[in-house]
Write a protein that binds this ligand. Structure first.
Ligand code: AMP
Length: 191
């Protein structure tokens, strides 16, 4: 079973993906995590995307599609969870093509619905909590980048909701419920 978790930054995609990994033996493919890892390890690609990410803009389709292609080659017995990918229609098309090359497809697209004010509070709260705990907040978890990330979401990613709805793949859950209730709604949607 291959699924997409769709929703704006801060909607809880990563948290829910980790639960699915633990409960269903699925493999989480987070392009955000892959890009952050590339930066930490100082690869050429990591250096190239750093400023774009910090500002809150999307990195190129070519780069993220390349990252996903590499990971798909490893396979996943319990299926893949796409977290933060696709974020553009071009990425959605590429994913379709990559999965069909493997003789697979998408089984569910789960949209985590949240309201924008709560999102902003959540993300800025996440940064403040990390700093209070002595950690370093994500460079893009600040008010300025967040605005750019939200704009990128509405401009480039939110059309995917209509796209997957029209294809008949979309299921929406209330992302503002408690973490466990969201997990339960997702489980129900996945059957
Ligand atoms: P995330 O951890 O999913 O919020 O991603 C953090 C940042 O990585 C985003 O703000 C983008 O700059 C970049 N990024 C992650 N996934 C993608 C993607 N699928 N397409 C383009 N940029 C991405």
């Amino acid at each position: 079973m291959n699924i997409i978790l769709l929703g704006p930054p801060g909607a809880g995609k990563g948290t829910q993906a980790q639960k699915l990994v633990a409960e269903r033996n699925m493999v989480q493919l987070s392009t955000g995590d892959m890009l952050r890892a590339a930066r930490t390890s100082g690869t050429e690609m990591g250096k190239k995307v750093a400023a774009v990410m910090d500002a809150g803009n999307l990195v190129t389709d070519e780069i993220v599609i390349g990252l996903i292609r590499e990971q798909l080659e490893n396979g996943a017995e319990g299926g893949f969870i796409f977290d933060g990918f696709p974020r553009t229609l071009a990425q959605a098309d590429a994913l379709d093509a990559l999965l069909s090359e493997m003789g697979q497809g998408l089984d569910h697209v789960i949209e985590l619905q949240v309201n924008d004010e709560v999102l902003v509070e959540r993300i800025l709260g996440r940064a403040a909590d990390t700093v209070a705990a002595g950690g370093a907040a994500r460079a893009d978890d600040n008010a300025e980048s967040l605005k750019v990330r939200l704009l990128a979401y509405y401009k480039q990613t939110s059309p995917l909701i209509g796209y997957y709805y029209a294809k008949g793949d979309l299921q929406s859950v209330d992302g503002l419920a408690s973490m466990d209730d969201v997990a339960a709604s997702i489980s129900k949607a996945l059957g």
